[in-house]
Design a protein around this ligand. Structure first.
Ligand code: TYM
Length: 334
């Protein structure tokens, strides 16, 4: 608890362009949690290094991600929006926790297996220990809840296992966090293959709507979305393409799936896809405009970065000191 509020922690990697999946599965939900909880939103730039980055682009992308958080409506005065790499406690705790994590556990991570298959030429140790750094992120802030999309479920489970293991040896050091999935939007699928998640790194750019796509591109991608046989607009396991579009439409408009099904009863796939595109555009347009405006506010953003880095470091170091003491690391003489 901080200021009598439960603590929430989440973040995104500063890798590639954010997709509609990132927005609907994470960022959009975060905004609704802003006031009720004490929130920490990290720009996970250390995690991005498991893949080679071009330094100048990377620096810009990480900063832009922080700006996007604010443009999406996260409140940087009430909550803490900061860079993971600016708080060295993340890397430190990650090392300490890696000594309490088993190779067997990490070997079971499906995201590691997927990424290792994708980057066969660069299966680095960081990719393998990625979940330990993620556990450190969350545990440093004693988070009660972690709002993420469904693809992060396994990483949350290992975080809980590490925390419980540590607590069982050293007493109640860490809060054991719960995952928090949005009721809808936690699993947005590719428009080109609705059995796979919409992903920043999809080679087929038509599978993903990017948050900064222009209006024509969004319409084109929606029109090209793979649909199912038949002509009924209905949610169901036998209709993964239409179900995904219904879900996107529902989250963008705030309507339930049932309402959306009713609205499109008797409508053809073509018109439905245009309606989905329009719903996405009405949601993304204000976001894009606010983002463009904030990008020009350099001093304002710098001020936020400074203040929030300090706030994050304060809470993170508090936990780190406790952990080091429990472990028996010698304290610095005062
Ligand atoms: P990342 O950067 O891959 O994704 C950021 C968030 O977007 C969600 N997401 C989706 N949700 C629904 N449908 C999709 N198609 C979709 N694609 C992505 C993800 O679930 C995530 O919530 N490991 C994390 C970053 C991280 C983190 C943390 C998160 C590092 N440390 C600590 C929480 C707490 C990641 O790679 O997210």
């Amino acid at each position: 608890m901080i200021n009598d509020k439960k603590v929430l922690y989440s973040g995104m990697q500063a890798t590639g362009n954010l997709t509609l999946g990132n927005y609907l599965g994470a960022l959009k939900n975060w905004v609704t949690l802003n006031e009720e909880y004490e929130c920490f939103w990290g720009v996970m730039d250390l995690h991005s290094l498991t893949v080679r980055q071009v330094p100048a682009d990377f620096r810009k992308r990480a900063r832009n991600l922080l700006v996007l958080y604010i443009a999406a409506g996260l409140n940087p005065e009430k909550n803490c929006i900061y860079f993971q790499s600016h708080v060295s406690a993340h890397a430190e705790l990650s090392w300490l926790l890696s000594c309490y994590t088993y190779m067997g556990e990490l070997n079971r991570m499906t995201q590691f297996k997927d990424k290792a298959a994708k980057h066969a030429d660069n299966i680095n140790a960081g990719l393998f220990t990625y979940p330990v750094l993620m556990a450190a992120d969350i545990l440093l802030y004693q988070a009660d809840f972690v709002p993420v999309g469904k693809d992060q479920k396994q990483h949350l489970e290992i975080t809980r296992d590490i925390a419980e293991r540590f607590n069982s040896i050293y007493g109640e050091v860490f809060t054991v966090p719960e995952p928090y999935f949005g009721k809808t939007g936690a699993n947005i699928m590719s428009l080109q293959d609705p059995t796979r998640k919409m992903s920043k790194s999809d080679e087929n750019v038509n599978g993903s709507i990017f948050l900064m796509d222009d209006m024509d591109t969004i319409v084109r991608k929606c029109k090209r979305a793979v649909t199912d046989s038949g002509n009924e607009i209905r949610y169901g396991e036998d209709k993964p393409g239409i179900s995904n579009l219904l879900e996107i439409y529902g989250v963008c408009t705030g309507k339930s799936i049932e309402e959306a099904e009713k609205e499109f009863s008797g409508v053809g796939y073509g018109d439905f896809k245009v309606a989905v595109a329009e719903a996405v555009i009405s949601m993304l347009k204000p976001l894009q405009e606010e983002y463009a405006r904030l990008l020009k506010e350099k001093d304002y953003i710098d001020g936020i970065i400074k203040a929030n880095d300090e706030k994050a470091a304060y809470f993170a170091n508090k936990t780190l000191r406790k952990v080091k003491k429990k472990l028996g690391l010698t304290e610095k003489p005062r």
